[in-house]
Ligand binder design. Structure first.
Ligand SMILES: [Zn+2]
Length: 486
């Protein structure tokens, strides 16, 4: 509508011919005029189009294993090709491919300036009997789209695609390459994962900056409280706990029964609490969080690192939210148990699996030494499993891109602040950060805790209004960072 202002001085006939909508403008004003429209323009129609892509992507079953990401890659390639782009398949394993496409800034672009938009195509499995709708049906009900992957991560996949296409359609000159990347095997981290993708095809998507999953737009009482931008993540390590003892006839039990020793060890591990350590990002997160919370909670958040009240504050804050507990310390979750072959046979071995999440910088050996002391049982030993995650350096909170995200978030969500975030969950960003990429995690969709908890759970769903908002947010971030201003 701004274009009408200078046109007023022009002869009426020219105005009427060139801008046929001019006369209608006052009566067709949108009921919800956005004062800070995205630089790529009104994204209302784009978001509706992207809802269709999201529905189609949900209907392509990419449950991992086996993944079958190639089917989703083909679908996306079709959309990109229609827009005049030239997507390329990056084959990883039979039926498993990533997909990459690029908007070029120059004949010889500088990869260190490039912006990578990443989302994964695979999803975790479902227990169909626990869903109230078809998990692969993209059913729309009461303003939600239901489906496995609607939040994690097909929502962001569709939103990234929309932002990428919006930039192409706008014909804006880009001042850095913008690369769209759909990855495979994020949920299992196996033969088709980003680790393998980087090893085989790094030059196809090398970039200095990346936007990925891993953050959140926190919706509280219907309002965006803050935008959590993931700049670091915890490091997953699986550890087996193995109890050994003599096997024997169950009619004459002895005190060295491996099952009993394992059970006692798991109980002690369950009660173990690692000590708090503040990483730079976590410290800054809590500093910025305090003014957003109510007075009582704010008081304890501000006391987290004080000598006199710190211990109580750490307990209070950890109890208030399991996510905060995970951000403050290494955590250990026992997840699997196995022992025995018959009810009347005492087995010689019993095993439990622990899923450990280390703060980046902490080492598993130090934690296990501490655990061994607390378990204090010569019949128990720990065995670190292969394929542990790698600790990556955090992304900078001073980079131009972080500043752009902060500004865009404030415009998008009526002044909502951005808080740097260390995610308890692992993402593809760790591998990117190990390759010098300043990677930041969003989930651009404003979501309540209740909806967010459905990620990986039954009846996963995304509010369509939040999806549309997320499309606008990503389009705004991308065009702010990559489109040349006139
Ligand atoms: Zn994910």
């Amino acid at each position: 509508m701004q274009v009408l202002v200078p046109a007023v001085a022009l002869p009426f006939l020219w105005l009427a011919a060139a801008l046929p909508l001019a006369g209608q403008a006052p009566s067709t004003a949108m009921p919800t005029v956005q004062s800070t429209q995205s630089p790529v323009g009104d994204t209302t129609a784009l978001a509706k189009e992207a809802e269709g892509w999201l529905a189609d992507l949900i209907r392509i079953d990419t449950t991992n294993p086996p993944g079958n990401e190639q089917a989703a890659a083909k679908y996306i390639a079709g959309i990109l090709t229609k827009e005049g782009l030239t997507p390329e398949f990056l084959d990883l394993a039979p039926g498993r491919s990533a997909l990459v496409a690029r908007l070029r800034s120059a004949a010889m672009p500088d990869p260190s300036r490039a912006l990578l938009l990443v989302a994964h195509m695979d999803v975790v499995g479902v227990d169909k009997s626990k869903w109230t709708v078809d998990p692969f049906g993209a059913v729309i009900k009461e303003g939600y789209m239901y489906g496995r992957g609607s939040i994690d991560d097909k929502g962001m996949l569709a939103a990234n695609l929309a932002a990428f296409i919006a930039l192409k359609r706008s014909n804006a000159r880009v001042n850095r390459d913008v690369i769209f990347l759909a990855t495979a095997d994020e949920e299992q981290g196996g033969e088709a994962s980003i680790r393998i993708l980087i090893a085989k095809y790094w030059d196809k998507f090398a970039a200095g900056f990346a936007l990925n999953e891993g953050g959140r737009v926190i919706l509280k009482n219907g309002k965006v409280q803050y935008v959590a931008v993931q700049a670091s993540e915890k490091v997953p390590v699986d550890v087996a706990v193995i109890a050994r003892g003599p096997s024997g006839h169950a009619s004459t039990p002895t005190k060295d029964n491996a099952v009993v020793h394992l059970a006692a060890a798991v109980a002690k591990i369950g009660g173990y609490t690692a000590s708090v350590r503040f990483t730079t990002i976590v410290r800054r997160y809590f500093e910025q969080l305090a003014p957003l919370e109510d007075d009582e909670l704010a008081k304890w958040i501000r006391s987290l690192d004080t000598p006199d009240r710190g211990e109580h504050a750490q307990r209070f804050v950890s109890d208030a939210n399991p996510l905060w507990n995970s951000m403050l310390r290494d955590t250990i979750a026992p997840t699997m148990l196995s022992a025995g072959v018959r009810a009347n046979v005492i087995p010689s071995e019993a095993r439990a699996m622990l899923n450990v999440r280390l703060l980046p910088g902490d080492t598993i050996d130090v934690l296990l030494a501490d655990l061994a002391k607390s378990v204090n049982d010569p019949q128990i030993r720990f065995e670190v499993q292969p394929d542990a995650g790698l600790a990556a350096p955090p992304s900078s909170l001073e980079s131009d891109f972080y500043v752009t995200i902060t500004k865009a978030a404030s415009q998008e969500f009526s002044g909502a602040p951005v808080l740097p975030f260390l995610s308890a969950g692992a993402t593809d960003s760790a591998q990117l950060r190990l390759h010098n990429v300043q990677a930041y995690g969003l989930s651009p969709f404003p979501m309540s805790d209740e909806d967010s908890r459905r990620m990986h759970a039954d009846d996963e769903r995304i509010p369509l209004a939040s999806f549309d908002k997320g499309v606008d947010f990503i389009a705004r971030v991308v065009s702010e960072f990559a489109a040349s201003k006139q």
